[in-house]
Write a protein that binds this ligand. Structure first.
Ligand SMILES: Cc1cc2nc3c(=O)[nH]c(=O)nc-3n(C[C@H](O)[C@H](O)[C@H](O)COP(=O)(O)OP(=O)(O)OC[C@H]3O[C@@H](n4cnc5c(N)ncnc54)[C@H](O)[C@@H]3O)c2cc1C
Ligand code: SF4
Length: 480
């Protein structure tokens, strides 16, 4: 260990940008065994591992790094999976620069962080290859059942924990495939789809029942689900896209990021997607403008590059240092040919023949130039308009990636007594996920607002522990 003084930080090989532009495969390769051991040995085994504190799952990072450095890979895997339901997924898509790696002690001392995410991915990918990933086989079946609404990471993590304890689990989801945003939001170049599908197969093989194409509130009522199970977990994520109010915003060719990414991900599965085949949600040959500066915007610009767009530009109202998206993803996008136009905001859209009525196809974005002004209450500098500096950015496809809000579940589901916050997220108790309705829990984005996969996993695990406790207590009462 402690090799950080002599061994530099080295990520797995990143594919050449030109090759990356041609497909939707992940951009990083896998470590070879020696490289993984060498990079793990850079860990300083410091007494106070801030990486662990800043990992939402409190993964025992220093210990599994040491085991990997010593070639004890199977033990490293056992330890890693004890706290993380999907380590190979987090290793790929956690924003490590803001979480574990950003707080690594040797990073703070200027030596370059230990590549924690890449080692975590390597350990679990190896475990799958070697057949160490155990099937879910509860020691004893229990009669209690839990209904989970939503097959995203929060719902899946809870299902995994509950099934391991023998609880009967049914997951209801409105999509045809499970995985939530892991499947239909996040593109393959960050997370290849077979990684997610392997986990789905593991859960199915472990006895989880999936009821797909079931939109709760339409195909089945919330009360039906509630009366069919001993407890219910709401893990529906947030899907209401924030919109723009600007002249011409209704023009053809101005689309929502979630529709665009879902269509692209469906094509990666080989599905027929009419809106893609018609060109509506396909960037090929088009001048694409993406509006937004978060992770969703980064995924849109990089998808458009891979679809063969003529040009891809990203408008963001603050500057590079103040954008919410990962700096690593911005760098990847720039390498692949995306142009960022910082300090800009859409003022309106021009349509066919210069009309701004929003009838024909979009032809351009009227762009306001901004500057950063005084900080707001959170300390973040507010963008201010520079009067009279607007210009037109030509575009055939405009993708709105302005973030997501929760749907109004109490109204959609006609359920009284389910309390929500002033942001519309479901009100749930910290660390247990208990809602205002008895026996009903909530986890993931529907509680936090748009967040991260690792937090959804954490919530799903916490909720399942609380549900198990409640089921245990009910079983004890019934036996008295
Ligand atoms: C484009 C994009 C890129 C992202 N990239 C990253 C990243 O790189 N790293 C990261 O950590 N996070 C990323 N995130 C965030 C991350 O995907 C989410 O925080 C996470 O998926 C939330 O998990 P969840 O289980 O709460 O919800 P979701 O993953 O949204 O799953 C919710 C599920 O509920 C189902 N559902 C909803 N309503 C109903 C209903 N009425 N009836 C039945 N089923 C229903 C949905 O179909 C869906 O399958 C990204 C998000 C987006 C949009
Ligand atoms: S789960 Fe995410 S934050 Fe935690 S160690 Fe893994 S990559 Fe880092």
């Amino acid at each position: 260990m402690l090799k950080f003084v002599t061994v530099g930080r080295d990520m797995p090989e990143k594919r050449d940008a030109e090759a990356r532009r041609q497909d939707f495969d992940e951009i990083y390769g896998e470590y070879a065994a020696e490289k993984a051991a060498e990079q793990s040995a850079r860990c300083s085994q410091c007494g106070v591992p801030y990486c662990q504190t800043h990992c939402p799952l409190h993964n025992n990072i220093p210990d599994w790094l040491r085991m990997t450095a010593e070639g004890r890979l199977r033990e490293a895997y056992e330890l890693s999976q004890a706290t993380n339901t999907f380590p190979e997924i987090c290793g790929r898509i956690c924003p490590q620069d803001r979480l574990c790696e950003g707080n690594c002690v040797i990073e703070q001392s200027g030596h370059g962080t230990v590549t924690i995410g890449s080692v975590e991915k390597y350990i679990t990918d190896t475990a799958w290859e070697q057949g160490w990933v155990a099937p879910i086989r509860p020691a004893q079946e229990r009669k209690e059942s839990v209904g989970i609404i939503g097959a995203g990471p929060a719902g899946l993590a809870a299902a995994d924990m509950l099934r391991r304890e023998g609880v009967q689990v049914t997951i209801y989801d409105r999509y045809d495939r499970g995985g939530g945003l892991l499947t239909y939001g996040i593109p393959g170049f960050k997370l290849e789809k077979d990684v997610v599908m392997k986990r789905m197969a593991q859960l199915e093989d472990g006895g989880v029942t999936f009821v797909m194409n079931c939109n709760v509130g339409e195909d089945m009522s919330f009360e039906e689900i509630r009366s069919a199970h001993d407890a219910v977990l709401i893990a529906t994520g947030v899907y209401k896209s924030r919109d723009l109010q600007a002249p011409g915003v209704g023009a053809d060719g101005i689309v929502r990021a979630i529709d665009y990414l879902t269509a692209s991900n469906r094509k990666s599965f080989g599905d027929d997607v009419a809106e893609f085949d018609s060109g509506e949600l396909n960037a090929e040959g088009k001048r694409v403008v993406v509006i937004g500066g978060g992770d969703t915007a980064m995924d849109c610009v990089r998808t458009a590059i891979r679809q063969g767009a003529e040009s891809v530009k990203c408008l963001y109202r603050r500057d590079r240092a103040n954008m919410p998206g990962s700096q690593r993803e911005v760098a990847n996008a720039e390498e692949e040919g995306v142009e960022f136009i910082w300090l800009t905001a859409p003022k309106g859209f021009t349509g066919e023949a210069g009309s701004s009525e929003g009838t024909g196809p979009v032809r351009g974005v009227v762009v306001d130039r901004m500057r950063l002004g005084a900080p707001d209450a959170t300390g973040r500098q507010m963008p201010e308009l520079i009067e009279g500096a607007d210009y037109i950015e030509e575009a055939d496809l405009v993708i709105k990636a302005l973030g997501f809000e929760p749907e109004d579940l109490p109204a959609l589901w006609g359920v009284e007594g389910l309390e929500v916050t002033r942001w519309g997220t479901v009100k749930a108790e910290f660390e247990t996920g208990r809602t205002s309705l008895p026996g009903v829990y909530a986890a993931g984005d529907i509680v936090r607002g748009a967040s991260l996969v690792v937090w959804a996993i954490r919530d799903g695990r916490d909720c399942s522990a609380a549900i198990l406790e409640e089921l245990g207590q009910s079983a004890a009462v019934a036996a008295e």
